[in-house]
Ligand binder design. Sequence first.
Ligand SMILES: [Zn+2]
Length: 232
Amino acid sequence: MHDHLSLSRRSALIAGAAALGSLYTGRLAAWAAAPAAPSVDPAEALARLVAGNKRFVGGTLSNQDGVTERRLALTGHQAPFASILSCSDSRVPPELVFDQNVGDLFVFRNAGNFVVDSVLGTLEYGYSALGVKLIVVMGHEQCGAVSATYDAIANAKPLPPNLDAIENGIQRGIWPVVAAHGSKQEAVLANVRAQAEKLKASPVLGPAIASGDCKVVTAEYRFDSGAVDVLT
Ligand SMILES: [Zn+2]
């Protein structure tokens, strides 16, 4: 059934693209030519991530072997089973935190793990073209981007140009926490919840989330333990 839905979606992509010109059509056709790897359902995908994080916490990474073989096997296609939106923080590398290998995760990282159009487009591509049915929005404790945005709001002193783009992406979600003089830890959690909520506005992801075909979970990474706490 999943294969059938996936094929229908790909056909729709190609049909719609026909009106947009041959170049675009060619690109979408290339997407549609991706292998017919069966989609991993959201529950199974989350179980894989949770199991991988347990190995990371326990210092027993087991999925990092065979990188060269995996790379060579995936030269013509990819079939990741989960999408991750996480912070650029160097201490939170998704492939390590979840003990996954080349080709397993479809990842977007920015400082503060916030959703903007390019993130939506990336995650929509992951769902529509690659069949990724689980999206994890993962924040982490002591996030510098959230902290800087918190201070900018509290002190009414906007961040400098370019950094203010980060502030703009985060501020609405954490505003209630700042207004209530809440903690920065509370702001981190409010941020991941707010960013996950934004995904529902996507014309591609929104209906998929509503139908249950795509699942979004929020999570927080802990530096001390290495654990990823699944929040929803
Ligand atoms: Zn961060």
